[in-house]
Design a protein around this ligand. Structure first.
Ligand code: NAD
Length: 496
């Protein structure tokens, strides 16, 4: 299972039909908003057009979610029964993983092998894990006085609005949907403009697998219309958001302007990979470069800053440059492609702009850039770039969200920690050292939600994921994610 080379992709491609309507109340509904054109960054060709969700369509989806919630058709099921349906849903996704993976690749350009073997595996895992977990989450009876009884029960929050980005479109959706649904909520999902077709197919598969009508709705649309309408909606109880820091802050404003709903933002990052003098240097630099270029660098956790002792700067640039030269973009449908295309021509311009400004301000650059455009005419290809960056430069501080590695020199351990902590972000950090004491002491001083020591991108459904500072708050994955979508209710019973 999930071995890309065993799949007949030509057949999957010829059978593929992209969904292009809204999915509300278990049915396809034509949106009444502006037309949304899905263009493949692989070759610049149009994939489909979607009549997007207007404010009224979002109202309709929220009303459907509310009525499903109030009816108890899902919220009223025993957790074990909801869990069984989620496990069936996970299996149904696995049975259709090929078409979902291909859709993602066409929508946002990641290599098909990664979409299938990594992303779809994660999506299936996520629904299966929360399906298996939810009936093991127990309520509490605190030790109160003998003549009273207090019950602390976990109640589903109600209607959850989920707004997600395009970089791991179905993984991000699954990290929200699986715990929210497992806890008994109804959900309205607003996928990113680039990756709506995969989200629509996911909703259809959920319905086919036995998730009742209205429990999982999808409203593809523009952020400033459909996303904002969900954020401002007075009948949405919780917003769970993954995306940029700027838009995450908008959701906090929407909540303040409407019903004070809870908002859980998972935002941007600028991971520092801190290589100490005693580390396995080659391994650390190679892993960091790979960790920066994976998914074309479009990762919130991308190891986009490599911090090395000054006397090893040239060596680090040479090793990282070698990895960059190997990671050439190729047709994402080619199963051997190490990299695919960026998500869009607009994003390509944004990433190229960062690199051009770095060059103009005198930073040395190694390899890469947009000369790789030639992969497929009309595609948005960008080869990895390594920059010898000053710690205060724009490229070293801001999230580029492309395959651009800033290598920064430090003169002391304290300075290295200071540089690692000096961006506005705090999602993840990586530390490379063979000294056990440093592993503990330095990782404690790194202001990040996740610290990897001598590894990168380790993850498991049992382990929380999320950041601090401007990278957001709250955690995806693990049992802790269920807290985001439930309220604790206290019921006192007089036994006197
Ligand atoms: P984005 O913030 O532009 O878009 C994310 C979602 O918000 C999309 O669905 C979009 O339509 C919607 N949106 C945009 N403007 C809106 C508005 N005014 N009101 C309401 N909704 C709006 O982000 P992106 O460019 O799609 O994704 C990249 C960002 O996501 C990066 O910053 C990356 O670090 C972050 N990200 C974070 C995590 C994490 O777990 N912390 C994971 C993946 C990506």
């Amino acid at each position: 299972m999930f071995t890309a080379t065993t799949v007949s992709w030509d057949r999957v491609r010829s059978d593929l039909t992209l969904r292009n309507e809204l999915f509300i109340d278990g049915a396809w509904v034509r949106g009444s908003g502006e037309e949304l054109t899905l263009v493949s960054p692989r070759d610049g060709q149009e994939l489909t057009r979607i009549a997007s969700a207007s404010v009224e369509d979002v109202d309709r989806a929220v009303a459907s979610a509310r009525s499903a919630f109030d009816s108890g058709v899902w919220s009223g099921l025993a957790p074990r029964d909801r869990g069984q349906r989620l496990i069936a849903f996970a299996q149904h996704i696995a049975d259709h993983a090929e078409e979902l993976a291909l859709t993602i690749t066409l929508e946002m350009g990641k290599p098909l092998r990664q979409a299938y073997e990594t992303e779809l595996r994660a999506v299936v895992n996520s629904f299966r894990w929360y399906g298996e977990a939810i009936d093991k989450v127990l309520d509490e009876t605190p030790s109160t006085a003998p003549d009273s009884l207090a019950l602390v029960t976990r109640e589903p929050a109600g209607v959850v609005g989920a707004v997600v980005p395009w970089n791991f479109p179905l993984t991000m959706a699954a990290w929200k949907l699986a715990p929210a649904l497992a806890a008994g909520n109804s959900v309205v999902l607003k996928p990113d403009e680039h990756t709506s077709a995969s989200a629509l197919r996911l909703a259809e598969l959920a319905f086919e697998a036995g998730i009742p009508a209205g429990v999982f709705n999808v409203v593809p649309g523009f952020g400033a219309v459909a996303g904002q309408a969900l954020g401002l909606h007075p009948d949405v109880d919780v917003i769970t958001f993954t995306g940029s820091t700027a838009v995450g802050r908008k959701f906090l404003e929407y909540a303040a302007q409407s019903n004070g709903k809870r908002v859980w933002p998972e935002l941007g990052g600028k991971t520092a990979s801190l290589v100490l003098d005693d580390a396995d240097f080659v391994k650390a630099v190679e892993a960091s470069a790979h960790g920066c270029f994976y998914n074309q660098g479009q990762m919130c956790t991308a190891a986009s800053r490599l911090l090395v002792p000054r006397h090893r700067l040239d060596e680090a640039l040479e090793i990282a440059g070698r990895i960059a030269a190997l990671q050439r973009p190729a047709d994402p449908l080619d199963l051997d492609a190490p990299m695919g295309s960026l998500v869009s021509s607009q994003h390509l311009d944004r990433v190229a702009g960062f690199v051009e400004r770095a060059a103009a301000s005198g930073s040395d650059l190694i390899a890469g850039g947009s000369e790789a455009n030639a992969v497929i005419e009309g595609g948005s290809y960008f080869a990895p770039v390594v920059v010898n960056a000053a710690r205060e430069s724009e490229i070293a501080r801001q999230e580029v969200f492309g395959p651009v590695l800033s290598v920064i020199a430090f003169d002391s351990l304290d300075e290295a920690i200071e540089i690692a902590n000096e961006t506005e972000f705090g999602l993840a950090a990586t530390l490379w050292t063979t000294d056990l004491k440093n592993a503990h002491l330095v990782s404690r001083r790194l202001r990040a939600g996740i610290v990897w020591v001598n590894c990168f991108e380790e993850g498991d459904m049992t382990v929380p994921f999320g950041g601090v500072k401007s990278s957001g708050f709250g955690r995806d994955k693990s049992l802790h994610a269920i807290d985001k979508f439930t309220d604790l209710k206290t019921t006192w019973i007089d036994l006197s």
